[in-house]
Design a protein around this ligand. Structure first.
Ligand SMILES: NC(=O)c1ccc[n+]([C@@H]2O[C@H](COP(=O)([O-])OP(=O)(O)OC[C@H]3O[C@@H](n4cnc5c(N)ncnc54)[C@H](OP(=O)(O)O)[C@@H]3O)[C@@H](O)[C@H]2O)c1
Length: 231
């Protein structure tokens, strides 16, 4: 049976490329998108390339949307081999923590960090022993790199995501579910901008490798370029 992946925020950027690469390897893709039309259009593009894909309306910042998305996915599959938390926002106004409105920072954290946790909580019944939960992190969330001075609310949200990932790895070990995070590098997407050094294919590579043939028996690690790196 084809392996099944749910990927959030998969209608464009790195998420779409992960869907394409896993789909080309024969995976059945459940393409999460917060906007139904954008999701359907992206899924139609992949279907034309011979990929088995279903769009699923899923706004990771909205508990009701997550529950509705779960019901939609239940009609399509009884399990997930991999759940990829990829959806995120990065706003131009994200220039300073000192002068930012609290609501703005909460919004970024709600999507980028708590959104992934919400999706894991809601989709947990589909995660059987041997499955994986993978979070798309960022170098901006790292506590071992110097603070870069860019998009601080986004960076804080990714640090929180990393912490959530590590705690979930601990909690889900007894369920036989491994949980990891991936740093894709700086990638040419709407978020990364045209000047980023990496193509979207390169940005998707480690996540696709981990999903499809990553090492068994490991959990709670941060990966970059197919190697474990410090949190
Ligand atoms: N690009 C980089 O250089 C880079 C570097 C490090 C980490 N990352 C991480 O890689 C992941 C993908 O980034 P990207 O560059 O592909 O970004 P992108 O091109 O901006 O795409 C972001 C995706 O997330 C979706 N999204 C945003 N909020 C959502 C929500 N509440 N619910 C569901 N979907 C939502 C967007 O949907 P809409 O189309 O509806 O807006 C879009 O599909 C993110 O986690 C990002 O933080 C990227």
């Amino acid at each position: 049976m084809a392996k099944r992946a749910l990927i959030t925020g998969a209608n464009r950027g790195i998420g779409l490329e992960i869907a394409r690469q896993l789909g080309q390897k024969g995976w059945h893709i459940l393409m999460g998108a917060r906007n139904a039309e954008r999701g359907a259009a992206a899924a139609a593009t992949l279907k034309k390339q011979g990929i088995t894909v279903e769009p699923v309306k899923l706004d990771v910042s909205d508990p009701e949307s997550a529950r509705d998305g779960f019901q939609e996915v239940l009609r399509l599959t009884d399990h997930l081999d991999v759940l990829i938390n990829n959806a995120a926002v990065l706003y131009q106004e994200d220039q300073s923590l000192l002068s930012q409105q609290p609501g703005f920072i909460q919004d970024v954290i709600q999507t980028n960090a708590l959104g992934g946790l919400l999706v894991v909580q809601v989709f947990r019944p589909l995660l059987l022993p041997g499955s994986q939960v993978l979070f798309m992190s960022s170098g901006g969330g790292s506590m071992s790199d110097p603070v870069g001075g860019w998009s601080p609310a986004y960076c804080v949200s990714k640090t929180l995501m990393n912490s959530i990932c590590r705690h979930l790895a601990f909690e889900m070990r007894s369920m036989g579910v491994s949980v990891h995070a991936v740093c894709p590098g700086w990638v040419r997407t709407e978020m990364g901008g045209a000047g980023a050094p990496q193509s979207v294919e390169q940005g998707a590579d480690t996540m696709v490798w981990l999903a499809d043939q990553g090492p068994q028996g490991k959990t709670g690690l941060l990966w970059r370029d197919r190697k474990v790196v410090p949190w």
